[in-house]
Design a binder for this molecule. Structure first.
Ligand code: SAH
Length: 471
């Protein structure tokens, strides 16, 4: 869920455009200097930063990083952790947004955005040495390329998507979502927080999309990690400045959803689940049509947020029960239900409850469902949290499997990058063994195509979605 999930992601079926690596950065990975270095020949050495222990104002600003970190960059990754910085020279004043980066021998590796307060201190934006003007040119070109990759995904049924997904689009810290005619920008790293970046984004977005308004939204968690100031709540740009559009309805797969930038808490949709909504609906219908069980009968959507899965299932199921612990989310879900009444075949009932508790109670009480969706929040935000997260996934899946009718559908998701496919499948298999059920894998799915996975950047893959038939 990117959801409003952020550096929440998604795998996949990939559109040809989404697969094509953004050219400039990747081409320059194999710079002559890097190639020679790999062969052990000593290229001309340009010291970054200055070797002097007391650099003067004219000293070259930059960071020198460990060999391990340099190897990671040469393999195509973009991050340098603070603990891998051996020497850093940032000048006396405000830390610069851009820093030259060199390996431990002083060989230039490129230019990075610098985040002084973050554990991820450097995020590469070029394999060459570039200045602010060069960076803003790159930003404009990459944002245009990112938008061009998304345009084929939009049609008369879907007018919302993620236009730019940070590192996956070679723009670390820049997330841009489109909700119909409203575009929402998130600047999630210190280096991205500049008036120059905002101006370029607004110009490119206006030229490419002609939106009604462009808003900037803060992400409180990331802001804390990066030590960022809160952005202004005024729109960055509005076609009608006297009455800027800040809320609307947008379309996903032909269904209407509400967006409200002033709703306080995180708003917007888990756009990364869009294709999985349609897939869950289609599988429920298909399994129901087998006749073994009425998979289109009763459906359960656990952690439903604003009703993405629930409303899609209500297109084919007689009755959908949707659970979430957030009342505010369920209130939006109810408004979304009202907006789509005429498009739905079944009833939807919203239940405000803790998923663990209610699933335990209902499975003990012998409740049965033909289709069950599990889409909990990221249980493991760090590697250390994985073990506890897997216990959580197993518990939810165990309860769901107890309640699944034979021949029914279980769609079970994890949006934690740190929980990999083997972890998730292991947790579900262990739950199935305990529940004495066999589960057949129908599909392994990821995030929608607007949240591309870059294989050199494993962190871009986070959302996993298993589509299972419960025997
Ligand atoms: N399926 C949703 C996204 C779910 S995001 C969609 O596609 O739009 C995770 C949701 O889990 C959030 O709405 C959050 O409120 C809810 N949640 C978190 N912890 C929960 C708990 N213990 N019980 C029930 N809901 C929970």
């Amino acid at each position: 869920m990117t959801k409003p999930k952020t550096p929440r992601t998604a795998t996949h079926q990939k559109a040809p455009q989404a697969e094509r690596p953004p050219a400039p950065l990747h081409r320059s990975y194999e710079t002559p200097a890097a190639g020679k270095a790999a062969k052990g020949r000593e290229p001309k050495r340009k010291p970054y930063p200055s070797d002097s222990p007391h650099p003067t104002d004219s000293a070259i600003l930059g960071a020198r990083i460990s060999r391990r970190a340099a190897d990671r960059l040469r393999s195509g990754h973009l991050w340098v952790y603070a603990s891998d910085i051996e020497v850093i020279q940032t000048g006396k004043d405000d830390p610069p947004a851009l820093l030259a980066v060199a390996d431990n021998r002083g060989l230039l590796l490129g230019t990075a955005l610098y985040s002084p307060a973050s554990q991820i201190a450097l995020r590469m934006v070029s394999r060459e040495e570039i200045d602010q003007a060069g960076w803003l040119q790159l930003l404009a070109a990459r944002l245009r390329a990112a938008i061009a990759r998304r345009k084929p995904l939009l049609d008369s049924e879907t007018n919302a998507c993620r236009l730019c997904f940070s590192e996956a689009d070679e723009l670390p810290g820049l997330v841009v979502d489109k909700y119909g005619e409203i575009v929402v920008l998130q600047l999630l790293t210190q280096g991205m927080l500049s008036s120059g970046v905002r101006e370029v984004c607004v110009r490119v977005l206006r030229e490419e999309l002609e939106p009604a308004s462009i808003l900037e939204r803060p992400d409180p968690r990331i802001r804390e990690l990066e030590g960022l100031a809160a952005p202004s709540l005024a729109p960055l740009w509005a076609a009608n400045p006297a009455a800027p559009v800040t809320h609307n309805q947008f379309l996903l797969n032909g269904l209407l959803f509400h967006f409200d930038a002033n709703a306080g808490q995180k708003t917007g949709a888990f756009l990364d689940q869009r294709a999985n909504y349609a897939s869950a609906r289609d599988w429920a219908k298909r399994l129901g049509a087998h006749g073994q069980t009425d998979a289109c009968g009763r459906a359960l959507d656990v952690c439903c947020y604003q009703g993405g899965f629930a409303l899609h299932l209500a297109q084919v199921c007689n009755h959908v029960t949707a659970i979430d612990s957030s009342r505010a989310s369920l209130e939006v879900a109810e408004r979304n239900l009202e907006a789509n009444r005429g498009r739905l075949a079944g009833e939807v009932e919203w239940v405000e409850a803790d998923a663990f508790q209610i699933l335990r109670d209902w499975s003990d009480a012998g409740q049965r469902f033909d289709t069950i969706i599990l889409d909990p929040p990221a249980f493991a935000k760090t590697q250390r949290a994985v073990e506890g997260a897997l216990r959580g996934y197993k518990e939810l899946n165990l309860r769901a499997l107890h309640m699944a009718r034979p021949g029914g559908l279980l769609v079970t998701c994890s949006c934690s990058h740190h929980v990999d496919w083997a972890d998730l499948e292991g947790a579900v298999a262990a739950a199935a063994a305990d529940a004495h059920r066999r589960v057949r894998l129908l599909e392994r799915r990821g995030a929608a195509l607007d949240h591309p996975v870059v294989l050199n950047l494993p962190e871009t893959e986070y959302l996993k979605c298993l589509v299972l038939e419960v025997e």
